[in-house]
Design a binder for this molecule. Structure first.
Ligand SMILES: C[S@@+](CC[C@H](N)C(=O)[O-])C[C@H]1O[C@@H](n2cnc3c(N)ncnc32)[C@H](O)[C@@H]1O
Length: 312
């Protein structure tokens, strides 16, 4: 299951069984994988559904596209892998002749191969240019943000996206030390600013996480994308979203909740006049998390949360 043409796959999909089960129930035929990565989930969706099922997989990252294309090649025309943001899913699907789907998957965050590709600048384990873009051809790199944002904006990013309690201290140290161009330079500044702690994780972890989220505008992209993805679902179609960060999970929970309500008037309104109508039923009252087994074999699964909703 976890091999690409006989080799160990570079990314082990999390909550694999749970996700595939939810999405392949109810005789689903057309799937959209918004975050192809190494194609592990995509392969599972095609393997576990009927032999005439089809899938379109998207990713921003050209390495992920090449890996997924190789992995899904045995499925021939059943699989199409396209380099695009899931923000553009509606247009991409339309261009491919699809106007709706039975199952949608989003597996958010960064993949193992992105972390392991030193030159992408996602990891402080390797000395490399500070980049962190999912698509290195678009937008501002981490170096651009670190060297140009104000101290207060940097502190805000570290506080909000990294939940970093030393955000102000690190932001001040960054501003004093810049220009910073490499992962090692930034990690060193963050470590010195934080100083010794009792925590096991590296003192630069939260700084790197926060910057990655800011560079790719991840939270805004998710909140914009999910409502339009729900619109793409056929009746009884399902959307499954795996997140790794409490802020992402909160956005997904709220978007699903809102979409499942017949009225979204503020509580003080006695008579409903919002005209809102529920479009989904939430299938996961609480998010699904990794089993003991998976926690042992895949440490990435520790913070993973899966939520699923079904179109009415
Ligand atoms: C955790 S990995 C997905 C792993 C995949 N499920 C597998 O089985 O290998 C997340 C992927 O989402 C991609 N990604 C992040 N933001 C994206 C966006 N806005 N549109 C499309 N892909 C995105 C990343 O490049 C990364 O490859």
């Amino acid at each position: 299951m976890n091999a690409v043409h006989g080799q160990e796959a570079p990314h082990r999909p999390v909550l694999y069984q749970e996700t595939i089960q939810y999405l392949t129930a109810k005789h689903a035929k057309r799937f959209l994988d918004c975050t192809a990565g190494a194609g592990g989930h995509s392969e599972g969706l095609l393997r576990e559904s009927s032999t005439d099922s089809e899938l379109i997989a998207l990713d921003l990252d050209s390495t992920a596209i090449a890996l997924s294309q190789a992995r899904l090649a045995p499925f021939g025309k059943r699989a199409r892998v396209i380099q695009a943001s899931y923000l553009q899913a509606t247009e991409v699907l339309k261009a491919e002749g699809w106007d709706s789907v039975d199952g949608i998957l989003m597996d958010l965050g960064v993949s193992s191969m992105q972390l392991d590709q030193a030159e992408r600048g996602f990891s402080f384990r390797y000395d490399a240019p500070l980049d962190m873009r999912f698509d290195p051809k678009q937008g501002q790199s981490a170096a651009d943000l670190v060297n140009n944002l104000s101290e207060s904006d940097l502190a805000q990013i570290l506080w909000e996206y990294g939940e970093e309690k030393f955000s102000r201290r690190i932001a001040k140290a960054i501003v004093e030390a810049r220009p910073l161009y490499t992962t090692f330079e930034l990690a060193e500044v963050a470590r010195k600013a934080v100083g010794k702690t009792r925590e096991q994780q590296d003192q630069a972890t939260r700084t790197f996480q926060a910057l990655r989220i800011a560079v790719n505008d991840e939270l805004n992209v998710i909140s914009q994308a999910v409502p339009s993805l729900i619109e793409l679902l056929k009746s009884k179609g399902r959307i499954a979203i795996i997140s790794f960060h409490s802020l992402e999970d909160r956005i997904i929970k709220n978007v699903f909740r809102q979409a499942s309500l017949d009225c979204i008037c503020p509580p003080e309104k006695l008579i409903c006049d919002c005209g809102h109508q529920a479009t989904v039923k939430v299938l996961t009252k609480r998010p699904i998390t990794a089993s003991e087994d998976e926690l042992h074999t895949n440490p990435r699964s520790r913070s993973a949360k899966l939520r699923v909703a079904e179109k009415l």
